[in-house]
Design a protein around this ligand. Structure first.
Ligand code: AR6
Length: 195
């Protein structure tokens, strides 16, 4: 996407969603935090906290499908689901984002010995798909922290560590944006990214 010179990604993002820019937390110029609705973001890819059917649901999944329109579920149907911790990509259709990366977070407590690794896998596999599809900007919701009940602080730590540890040797990803919809997650991420 061509952006006017001198404008940072966050300038555009905040204009898009109408949030005052002083809410940006900028870490190493690559990780950003914003509070808002992920469906409004004009980025290369937004990540969906889906279920294994990939056919839609509530929460952020429902919001993404509503905003993208019915073509999204049609493309998802052809993907034949997704395992926990894995990710699959579709177009964004009516969303401002070019792609949707659908990932399935763990249901907290269902498989305790694997849940941390699975949540880490959601972030890792989404970032990997983003790189493979030449995405420079990617926005994540707080996967598994809604209906799937993962404790928010633990989930945030896993998310931030996974983004920091992602081996992007060619620096192909310019922005990883954590999008918090609720105040509690926003406060947790703000503290984590400022420390
Ligand atoms: N933008 C950004 N974040 C949002 C939005 C939004 N528009 N709406 C909600 N959130 P959840 P999960 C936040 O329940 O826990 C679905 O039914 C929300 O505040 O959406 O991974 C799927 O189909 C929370 O912090 O996802 C699955 O069945 C975060 O998104 C199941 O829920 C995740 O909450 C997945 O559960």
């Amino acid at each position: 996407m061509l952006w006017p010179s001198g404008l940072r990604t966050s300038d555009l993002l905040f204009r898009t969603i109408g949030i005052n820019q002083d809410k940006t937390i900028n870490m190493n110029n690559r990780i950003e935090l914003i509070r808002g609705d992920i469906t409004k973001l004009q980025v290369d890819a937004i990540v969906n906290a889906a279920n294994s059917s990939l056919l839609g649901g509530g929460g952020v999944d429902g919001a993404i499908h509503r905003a993208a329109g019915p073509e999204l579920v049609a493309e998802c149907r052809a993907l034949h689901g997704c395992a926990t911790g894995e990710a699959k990509i579709t177009k964004g259709y009516k969303l401002p984002a070019k792609y949707v990366i659908h990932t399935v977070g763990p249901v907290f407590g269902r498989n305790p010995s694997r849940q941390e690794e699975q949540l880490k896998g959601c972030y890792y596999n989404s970032l990997k798909l983003a790189v493979e599809n030449n995405c420079k900007t990617i926005a994540f919701p707080n996967i598994s922290t809604g209906a799937y009940g993962y404790p928010k602080s633990e989930a945030a730590m896993i998310a931030v560590n996974a983004a920091k540890a992602f081996p992007d040797n060619n620096n192909s990803i310019e922005k990883v944006i954590f999008v918090c919809f609720d105040d509690e997650n926003y406060a947790i991420y703000k503290k984590l990214l400022n420390s």
